[in-house]
Every structure is written in structure tokens, then in C-alpha cells.
Write a protein that binds this ligand. Structure first.
Ligand SMILES: [Zn+2]
Length: 580
């Protein structure tokens, strides 16, 4: 088992940034890509060819900064070289990675195709929901015009959720950069399988995912460390782990932030019960959480901000909300006025009565002042009778939980986030309140393009939770099997569906993982190329992250596929799914 853990760690730990310690508060960290390492600033490499390549890269990046091309399409899995370096030099560069992977550029192999040469990537004028991400467009090529005329159906395929204007377009998808597609069909259309599609909770529909910038920003609500990591935590974070790995395997840079709520009523209560310092309890449990997740091969977030170290940011956000008239002071506390958020309730779509019912069941409801203007108003800053408190111009107190995530997300990822995730139990009030605070403070809407929520893990029909005490711990599950087996087990159901823990299925997952390891053992780690096996697995993942279909495909193909495809399957199973 120790060897299995080492294998996973080696694959997932491309980045060790933003962990415990001073570095976690870095802003604007340029993190090396999972795969792509190209010489740049700080490159140690000295050969003339590579220096020239680095210089060209710097010039290109400078040009891009002057005129940023925003909104990359995903998954340009052309078999072009990943780097501008010769294969012999690849991996030797440890310079700062470019956020735009070189695979974006048409490879020399595709330049014979007219579309490839004549179709510059265009930035869409508008962004956000309903905006069209850049696609390879080709309007002027005579071959393309002829192909459109022949097809008799000039309308290019558009994905749902995209705006449309102007004349019909010929759209060639990311994978059309492969030479076979380009040469066979000058204006190959995108099929649904070639675009990552994700379900957005706010819009209640599945849309093509188009990041707004060169780097995909992803924020996931993290843990309140006061107890051991259970399968519910692990499943939620593994879903976003696979999503980040999938994006990075397509050559897209990801900036992933996940908070640690290291001061909270539940921590304080547990510390008081156990007679330990609340800080020591938080640190101990956080380290245990990171250790458990490391054993599972978790791709750690690039930044893990802690609530207690972001207090100045939170106070600043409160000031902004007060200045905009969206917050009011009440006896040393500050409340957000939901009446000032016109879209309040759009995420959960709950009635006021249901919201009030849920709020009444919350642990910290008793801390709220009944004199609020509206019972749905929530605390941004609370005056607390006892326990740790921080000074502010409103009086000593503690920040509200919802405010923490807004402040950290805005600080570390900016006014707009591509993907915001968490458990489905966070939709209301936590994420609803996050939207209200963030959009009101920044004036930017939407705050998040895609809200992704993972279904709960249940035991005996009840949600596995610390508060109910019905938990199966990750370390207990790992004691009886490999991390690959536990990943396979937890990812073997679509992330939006509830997951019922059954010991028999976990035992079966161990057998399945062992069989997969046997079949793929000895297979070289090949590129995630354009073969049929790769396509089938990726199609499942790109369709709203159907990990269970992807896993079944990997297992079936590993049993039946010719040995030539095992290399790409092995790479997919290890680098994207982490089950081998
Ligand atoms: Zn949160």
C-alpha cells in the first residue's frame, strides 16, 4: 500500500504551494503547470536553442499581456509537443510556467491545414454566462466556404448557453487541430464530446464551460478542522481534484483556492469539551486532514487561506458593503441587508419560509440579534460574549462564516470566479449569501460562472456528518485498502447524486482497483492522445464529469483494448482519475 500511495503522490503533487505556513497567503502566485514546464524567467537551462525558445516565449507573453486573448477553449489535445523545447530538454526547465500552455499554438503538424493557418483565435467581446468563448473561426478560406456550401447546412454548431450574432460561422473545435481532422474536414465542427460541459446549480442546466481568462479560477469551500476526515469530505474534494486534473491534462492552467475555517463555533465548542486550546485543535486536525487527503493523492489547492489570517480583508469587505448601503450596524455587530440584493435567492430558489426554517436549525442562529431588519439578514461581523475576538471599528468580534469565503475568494481569485464548488448542503445559506455579499461589494455579476455542488455521502440513509456522528473515516478505509481503491469507490457515482456508503461495494472496489493495476502494470505512461480509448474516457469526463462512466470505460478498455492503447489508458487512469 505504501508503494501505491507514493505513486499517487508523485502524480498529484506537481505543486506544493499554499500549504501551512507563511507562503499560504501569497497572492498572484504563478504556479508551475502540472505537465508543462517551459523555460522562462528563472530558467536554469543554458543551451542556445532553449534560450531562444524562452526569449520567444517571453516576447509572446508580453504581446499577450498587451492584448490578452481571453477565454480559452479547453482540451487542445493535439499531439503537438507540449513545450517549445526539444524532448531531451523537457522537464529540465524549472522556470516560472506560462499560464498559457504552448499546446495552444497550432503545431507544425497542423499548419498544412488551411483552417489552422488562417483562423486566428478570437477573443469574445463579452464574457460570462451567455458569452461565446473563443473558438477557431474560419470565415475567409475558400476551402471553408466551399465546404459550407457543400454541406448545405452552414450554421456552425453552437453549444447551449452561447450568444449568437453575425453571419453563420464555420467553427473548428479544439481537437480539430489534429492533422487528421484538419485535412479531412477543413471546417470540422465541434461535437458535444469535444467541449467540457458542466452543470451550473444557479442556472439549473448544463452549459459548455468557457473560462474567462487564461487561467481557470476555482474556489472550493474547505473544512472546519475539528474532527477526522470522513468519506463525505473526501468525495467532495476528490470531485474537484479530478476536475482540476482534467483541466490541467488539457493544458489549461488552474488556480485552485480552498479555505480553512479555523475559527468557528464548532471548533470552540470541541476545544472547550476536550479542554484544549482551539488553535492547537485546529492545527492538529488540519494537519490530519491534509495527511489523509495526501494519501488519497489529492491535488492540493494552490492557496489555502485561513480565516484567522484574513481578518483585515474581511473588515475591508464589510466597509465596502456599508459604503454601498447594503450593511448596517447593530449593537457592535454588522448585518447584511438582503433587501439590497435584488437577486437574493436565485441560487437555492427557496421560499422565504423555507429559508427561515433552515436558518432556525443552524448552529449559530442563537448568536443572531432578533432586532435585525429582516430575519434573513445575516451577520457579517458578530459581537460575541466570549471566546476569541478581533478588534474592528464596529467593536471587538468575529467575522461571519459566509463573509470569510467571499473575502478569501475575492482576494485570491478576483471579482469573478469560473468555478465555485462545495457540498450540496452549502447552497443555502452559505453560497446564497456569498453571492449577495460579493456581487454587492464588487458590482460584478455574476460572481461565479459555474456553481458545482457534490451530493452528500450517506450512511444508512442519513447524511454522513460530524454533527450527527455517523461517519466512516478516510484513514480507516485506507487501512483496509489502497488509496486507488478508495478513489475508485468514491468516484464510482456521478458527483451530483447522493452516495450511499456500502462496505460490500468498497470491498469490490478494492478488487476492481487491483485488477486494473494488474492489467495496466508494465504499460508505459503514454500521452493522452487522440486514440479511441482516450476519446471514450474523456467524453465521459467532459460530459459533466461522469467519473463513473469514465472508470467503467477504463476498466473495460483495459480488459479488451489492444496493448497499443494501454499507454494512454494508464496515463488517464493515473493522472486524471488517480485510480491506478
Ligand atoms: Zn465557503
Amino acid at each position: 500500500m505504501a508503494r501505491d500511495e507514493r505513486v499517487l503522490r508523485r502524480q498529484a503533487r506537481a505543486v506544493q504551494a499554499g500549504l501551512l505556513g507563511a507562503r499560504e497567503e501569497r497572492v498572484g502566485v504563478v504556479r508551475p503547470l502540472l505537465f508543462t514546464q517551459r523555460g522562462g524567467a528563472g530558467s536554469r537551462h543554458g543551451c542556445a536553442a532553449c534560450r531562444a525558445s524562452c526569449a520567444r516565449g517571453r516576447a509572446r507573453d508580453a504581446a499577450r499581456r498587451r492584448s490578452p486573448r481571453r477565454g480559452l477553449s479547453l482540451h487542445r489535445r493535439a499531439r503537438a509537443p507540449r513545450t517549445g523545447l526539444s524532448p531531451a530538454h523537457r522537464g529540465t526547465h524549472r522556470g516560472r510556467a506560462r499560464v498559457l500552455p504552448p499546446r495552444w499554438r497550432p503545431s507544425p503538424r497542423t499548419r498544412g491545414g488551411r483552417c489552422a493557418r488562417r483562423a486566428p483565435a478570437r477573443a469574445s467581446a463579452s464574457r460570462g454566462q451567455g458569452a461565446r468563448g473563443p473558438v477557431r473561426e474560419c470565415r475567409s478560406s475558400s476551402r471553408c466556404r466551399a465546404a459550407r456550401a457543400r454541406s448545405g447546412s452552414p450554421r456552425a454548431r453552437r453549444t447551449r448557453g452561447t450568444a449568437r450574432s453575425g453571419p453563420p460561422r464555420c467553427v473548428a473545435g479544439p481537437r480539430a487541430w489534429r492533422r487528421d481532422l484538419v485535412s479531412a474536414a477543413p471546417c470540422a465542427r465541434i461535437s458535444s464530446a469535444e467541449v467540457l460541459r458542466l452543470y451550473d446549480t444557479r442556472r439549473r442546466e448544463t452549459f459548455a464551460f468557457r473560462p474567462r481568462g487564461r487561467t481557470v479560477t476555482m474556489y472550493v469551500c474547505g473544512v472546519t478542522p475539528y474532527d477526522t476526515t470522513h468519506l463525505g469530505h473526501a468525495r467532495t474534494f476528490l470531485v474537484f481534484d479530478v476536475l482540476a486534473r482534467l483541466l490541467e491534462s488539457g493544458g489549461v492552467a488552474v488556480r485552485y483556492a480552498q479555505n480553512v475555517t479555523d475559527v468557528d463555533e464548532s471548533i470552540l465548542q470541541r476545544a472547550a469539551r476536550d479542554g484544549v486550546d482551539w488553535r492547537a485543535l485546529g492545527r492538529r486536525e488540519e494537519r490530519a486532514f491534509l495527511d489523509d487527503m495526501d494519501r488519497l493523492g489529492w491535488r492540493r489547492p494552490d492557496v489555502m487561506p485561513h480565516a484567522t489570517r484574513e481578518i483585515p480583508t474581511m473588515r475591508g469587505l464589510i466597509d465596502q458593503l456599508i459604503a454601498r448601503g447594503a450593511a448596517y450596524r447593530l449593537e457592535g455587530s454588522v448585518y447584511f441587508s438582503v433587501a439590497r440584493a435584488p437577486h437574493y435567492g436565485e441560487l437555492s430558489r427557496y421560499s422565504r419560509a423555507k429559508m427561515r426554517r433552515i436558518l432556525a436549525e443552524q448552529d449559530d442562529a442563537r448568536l443572531d440579534d432578533p432586532r435585525r431588519r429582516d430575519p434573513l439578514d445575516f451577520a457579517l461581523w458578530r459581537r460575541v460574549p466570549s471566546g476569541p475576538a478581533w478588534p474592528s471599528r464596529f467593536g471587538a468580534g468575529r467575522p461571519g462564516w459566509h463573509l470569510e469565503c467571499s473575502a478569501m475568494a475575492l482576494r485570491h481569485l478576483g471579482d469573478h470566479i469560473d468555478i465555485h464548488g462545495g457540498g450540496s448542503d452549502l447552497v443555502y445559506p452559505h453560497h446564497e449569501n456569498e453571492i449577495a455579499q460579493s456581487e454587492t461589494a464588487t458590482g460584478t455579476r455574476p460572481f461565479v460562472t459555474f456553481w458545482l455542488h457534490a451530493g452528500p455521502v450517506r450512511l444508512g440513509g442519513r447524511k454522513m456528518s460530524k454533527s450527527d456522528g455517523n461517519m466512516v473515516f478516510v484513514r480507516d478505509a485506507l487501512a483496509r485498502g489502497t488509496p486507488q481503491a478508495l478513489r475508485l469507490y468514491l468516484l464510482d457515482r456521478h458527483y451530483r447524486r447522493p452516495f450511499d456508503h456500502v462496505e460490500d461495494r468498497l470491498a469490490k472496489a478494492r478488487t476492481r482497483a487491483a485488477a486494473l493495476a494488474d492489467r495496466l502494470a508494465g504499460a508505459p505512461m503514454g500521452p493522452i492522445g487522440g486514440d479511441a480509448a482516450t476519446r471514450e474516457v474523456l467524453t465521459a469526463l467532459e460530459d459533466d464529469l461522469h467519473t463513473e462512466r469514465a472508470i467503467r470505460a477504463v476498466e473495460r478498455l483495459a480488459r479488451r483494448a489492444p496493448p497499443t492503447t494501454l499507454a494512454s489508458l494508464a496515463a488517464l487512469a493515473r493522472t486524471v482519475l488517480g485510480i491506478y
